[in-house]
Design a protein around this ligand. Structure first.
Ligand SMILES: NC(=O)C1=CN([C@@H]2O[C@H](COP(=O)(O)OP(=O)(O)OC[C@H]3O[C@@H](n4cnc5c(N)ncnc54)[C@H](O)[C@@H]3O)[C@@H](O)[C@H]2O)[C@@H](O)CC1
Ligand SMILES: [K+]
Length: 493
């Protein structure tokens, strides 16, 4: 499990170390980690370190200090380094002294910067707020070389990952001491993220991500004493005459995600059974039989019959996942959820979130999801490249997909089926959502690569459909159960 610590939490963890260590020691630890990553990156990209050139972008805070110290360390390895000072009068004095003493050159933003092999972004770190200011934005705009960001890509909000104007797009980000929310929520600007430990003792954390090993260990598989009922039965209410595919994809995902039994209630029994003959299907909800969780909503429509069906499903005292059309109906009647005693999981995308709450998730997606979960007393999964999941008490999981391949029609129906099956198996809705989201995003990445558990292989990628995502779900579960680290998975888009 990985924690993501806010700027305030990091500052609190740094305080005792700053008090007990010699002046500048913590910064030099961070800088050493940064220099090590930059050297490895230079070697990987150019075949060596000595004789290569870097430009260091230096802002007015300690982030600039980190970058200057790293520049000084790289000078000692024979790297030609130029520091561009955005605020010369406020530059970190000790860092600048070390940099120039090591033979680093100092330049102004208006100077010709040539064509360095790499650029270090030390413009702002955890105290940065808002987009890059115009002088920094103009400088970054001129850069063509790959950028390694110190701590986080400047211009991206550390705590929310929000980008509200010019910001650095890094190839690599070297996080100091702890991952911050930006590293998951602003992943597209971070590139590959490397964590350098500097000895912080970190406390409880509000935002976590599950690693492959956590997901693999949580995945329900049949035990020695199990039968098809004891593993949890999931019921799916999805699809309509106009949208039979939602029923097919949702039940198909539930069938694939766990062993045991899937029931289907709705008008698409023929289509569902043609794709998954192991499903017990009925056109009448009243005849569906007992389940341990319900999935309701994908492609079901929003007419009066759908409204009655939703009400009947939510009347049942078992955990329920509400998605898609079900959410549109709920927007008019939140009490259907608030009055439940069993747990409810809502799985909106941004547009559905706005329907439920009257406003977009906005830049602080974690706060918005927490607020909806608390207000409706429900678990909430907000879809996106970084999927954010909250339970009513405020605990948050985030799943950074490592790409955007699952932005395809029907992928949400598959996600709902996976998570519903995990809920039937007894996982709490937020944990089922986090576990399911990880398997879903990995299946999408595998599908884009055409399969193959060797995720590091330099294979090409191709667009996928929800059907191919579903076809790779079993392989994804296998990879996760083998404990393969998702960090080994290269970004796929
Ligand atoms: N405190 C410590 O001992 C350590 C701090 N470390 C580094 O220090 C960083 C935090 O340093 P600071 O708190 O000094 O602040 P930062 O370096 O994050 O930046 C703050 C400065 O940037 C300016 N600024 C804010 N937003 C801006 C924007 N959008 N565009 C341009 N300038 C902007 C502010 O006016 C302020 O002067 C961490 O991210 C990390 O890189 C590391 O060296 C580890 C140890
Ligand atoms: K930075």
């Amino acid at each position: 499990m990985r924690g993501y610590y806010t700027a305030d939490e990091v500052r609190a963890a740094e305080a005792p170390l700053l008090a007990s260590l010699p002046d500048g020691a913590l910064m030099r630890r961070a800088a050493h980690g940064l220099a090590t990553v930059v050297a490895a990156e230079l070697r990987a990209r150019t075949g060596g370190v000595a004789g290569r050139t870097i430009t260091v972008l230096v802002g007015s805070g300690d982030n600039g200090g980190d970058a200057l110290w790293a520049g000084a360390m790289l000078r000692k390895r024979g790297v030609a380094a130029t520091a561009v000072l955005l605020k010369p009068e406020k530059t970190h004095a000790a860092g600048l002294a070390a940099f120039t003493a090591a033979g680093g050159r100092v330049a102004a933003p208006s100077d010709d910067l040539g064509l360095p092999d790499l650029v270090i972004d030390g413009i702002v770190g955890i105290s940065g707020r808002g987009p890059l200011r115009p002088d920094a934005a103009a400088l970054v705009d001129r850069i063509e070389a790959p950028i390694v960001s110190a701590d986080l890509p400047s211009g991206v909000d550390p705590d929310t990952g929000a980008v509200d104007g010019p910001a650095v797009r890094a190839a690599v980000t070297v996080a100091f001491g702890a991952l911050k929310p930006v590293h998951a929520l602003g992943a597209a600007h971070c590139g590959r993220v490397e964590l350098v430990r500097i000895g912080l003792s970190l406390g409880d954390v509000g935002i976590t991500a599950l690693d492959a090993a956590d997901v693999g260990a949580a995945w329900p598989v049949p035990g020695a004493e199990d039968d098809k009922y004891s593993q949890g039965v999931v019921g799916v209410v999805a699809g309509s005459d106009g949208y039979p595919g939602a029923g097919v994809l949702c039940t198909g995902a539930a069938v694939t995600a766990t062993s045991g039994l899937v029931r289907y209630a709705g008008p698409c029994t023929g289509e569902v059974l043609a794709h998954a003959p192991e499903v017990i299907a009925t056109a009448e909800l009243a005849k569906a039989g007992r389940v341990q969780s319900w999935v309701v909503g994908p492609g079901m429509g929003t007419d009066d019959a759908a409204r009655r069906t939703l009400r009947t499903v939510l009347d049942a005292d078992v955990p329920a996942l509400v998605d898609a059309d079900g959410l549109t109906l709920l927007a008019e009647d939140p009490d259907l959820v608030r009055s439940r005693t069993a747990a409810t999981l809502l799985t909106p995308h941004a547009g559905e979130f706005a329907r439920l709450t009257g406003k977009d998730p906005g830049p602080d997606r974690v706060a918005s999801v927490r607020a909806l979960a608390a207000d409706w007393n429900a678990h909430v999964l907000l879809k996106g490249r970084a999927t954010v999941i909250a339970e009513p008490g405020g605990r948050v999981f985030v799943n950074e997909a490592g790409g955007s391949w699952s932005a395809t029609a029907g992928a949400g129906d598959v996600l709902a089926g996976i998570i519903g099956a995990l809920m039937a198996a007894g996982l709490t809705p937020d944990r089922a959502a986090a576990v399911g989201a990880r398997a879903h995003s990995l299946a999408a990445n595998l599908a884009a690569r055409g399969g193959g558990a060797d995720l590091s292989a330099g294979r090409g990628t191709a667009p996928i459909s929800a059907g191919t995502l579903l076809a790779h779900l079993r392989e994804s579960i296998r990879v996760l159960r083998a404990g393969v680290s998702p960090e080994e998975m290269p970004a796929t888009s």
